[in-house]
Design a protein around this ligand. Structure first.
Ligand code: ADP
Ligand code: AMP
Ligand code: ZN
Length: 220
């Protein structure tokens, strides 16, 4: 029997651990990991028109305009591998994006199954951002202190080189947190109203957060 498609959202402030958990949870749920930030970085690396449009916003920690972001993510969700659903990370980030996603899913006769709201205090997030390193090859996030690779500077999974994102600095992170509280946190109430929100304590070690997430998705 084919299962109904499943759409799950990882919601949370910058550096809450969405990407770290998405790698594990997408395997667990057998759903593709769709991260808007990764899609923008891929376009930036390949110097596409979309990447060039997004760059100025990303550099200062602002949101890329809704029309550009919505078109990019809905295009990704229309690919065959998302027929069974997707694990969304970093999207939606505004009420307009959430409404556009609901509309696109409703047109397919489906809806969001769950929104996992990862909660971490702002002061913890700053240290997570500044110590973050990413693999150039697979995008896997590491942290120099909290989640170091086995060999410094090298990805455990594929030997790729680790790098620091241009926007992972103390100045930009303050702006990203402000943007989160002003533009993204209203989504908490939005999804609470539809009964799909589950709060997850993200201020515990990585494995404990994974266990909490796995417990939360059992009934989705
Ligand atoms: P997001 O995708 O939400 O921006 P990441 O998954 O990239 O966040 O995590 C941000 C940084 O914090 C990374 O350096 C990651 O290794 C680290 N990190 C993630 N989860 C935890 C955790 N539970 N405890 C400590 N550090 C964490
Ligand atoms: P992230 O990798 O999720 O931290 O995103 C990095 C940057 O990409 C953000 O600071 C924004 O500039 C941009 N971005 C990612 N997702 C979105 C989104 N849903 N809406 C608008 N901008 C986004
Ligand atoms: Zn890698």
């Amino acid at each position: 029997m084919t299962q109904n498609p499943k759409f799950v959202i990882l919601l949370g402030p910058p550096a809450a651990g969405k990407g770290t958990q998405a790698t594990r949870l997408s395997e667990h749920l057998n759903l593709p990991h769709v991260a808007s930030g990764d899609l923008f970085r891929y376009n930036l690396k390949n110097e596409t028109e979309l990447g060039l449009q997004a760059k100025a916003y990303m550099d200062r920690g602002a949101l890329v305009p809704d029309d550009i972001t919505i078109a990019m993510v809905l295009d990704r969700l229309s690919r065959p591998d998302c027929a069974a659903g997707a694990l969304l990370d970093g999207f939606p980030r505004t009420l307009a994006q959430a409404a556009a996603l609901d509309k696109a899913l409703a047109e397919k006769g489906v809806a969001i199954n769950g929104v996992l709201n990862i909660i971490v205090p702002d002061e913890v997030l700053v240290e997570r951002v500044t110590g973050r390193r990413l693999c150039r090859t697979c995008g896997e996030p590491y942290h120099i202190k909290f989640n170091p690779p086995k060999v410094a500077g090298i990805c455990d999974k594929d030997g790729g080189e680790l790098y620091q994102r241009d926007d992972d600095n103390e100045t930009t992170v303050q702006n990203r947190l402000k943007v989160y509280w002003e533009q993204t946190s209203p989504l908490i109430g939005y999804y609470q109203n539809t009964g799909v929100l589950v709060d997850i304590d993200g201020n515990q070690d990585i494995d404990a957060v994974t266990e909490a997430l796995k417990a939360a998705v059992i009934n989705l």
